[in-house]
Write a protein that binds this ligand. Structure first.
Ligand code: ADP
Ligand code: MG
Length: 177
């Protein structure tokens, strides 16, 4: 049986983790063995669980190096990866190898950083994926469809872990004004 890669991308609050959890739960209902990984830098809520903003969660393994997925995935059918933008570029090769080995690989991550620039390995993951789903948030300023993560506090580094205190979802127009 052949494997494949699915990418779920979008801004903060767009429902990426929600959608990832939904797909993984359905795989479990189908009695498939599921393994879930996230980068060890993402410790906003819990060291072991991936948690969506609507507070649903699923237990995951935090990793520093994506290469660890190759051994940890073992004989599982489905590999879920959340917050993939924080992994090194090598996550792209790892996702390919897992899919080559017959696994369904579901990757969720921010497609853009707070400056509207492509985020880390996400552009490459989207290129190699068989399927891409872009989910959208609601602009907190005007209610239109939001695809940007607007940083409310001044800080220039690309990675700043935060929540509603530091980021909000905005549409194209409200992001640029
Ligand atoms: P992501 O992983 O993309 O950051 P989550 O799956 O964690 O998103 O959270 C999605 C949930 O966030 C929505 O179902 C909704 O309850 C909540 N939410 C909070 N603010 C917004 C917003 N501005 N637009 C859409 N959903 C929002
Ligand atoms: Mg998320």
């Amino acid at each position: 049986r052949t494997g494949w890669i699915e990418v779920i991308c979008g801004s903060m609050f767009s429902g990426k983790t929600e959608e990832l959890i939904r797909r993984l739960n359905r795989a479990r209902i189908a009695k498939q063995d599921v393994k879930i990984f996230k980068p060890a830098v993402d410790t906003r809520y819990h060291h072991e669980d991936i948690v969506s903003h609507n507070a649903s969660s699923i237990s995951s393994i935090p990793l520093k190096d994506p290469a660890e997925m190759l051994s940890l995935a073992g004989n599982c059918d489905v590999v879920g990866i959340d917050e993939a933008q924080f992994f090194q570029e090598s996550v792209v090769e790892v996702a390919n190898r897992l899919a080559d080995a017959g696994k369904r690989v579901i990757v969720a991550g921010l497609d853009m950083d707070f400056q509207g620039k492509p985020f880390g390995p996400m552009p490459s993951l989207m290129s190699i994926a068989e399927y891409i789903t872009k989910v959208h948030a609601v602009c907190v300023v005007c209610g239109d469809v939001a695809n940007y993560s607007y940083r409310k506090i001044p800080a220039q580094n690309q990675v700043l872990l935060g929540e509603t205190d530091s980021y909000e979802a905005r549409c194209r127009k409200c992001f640029h004004t």
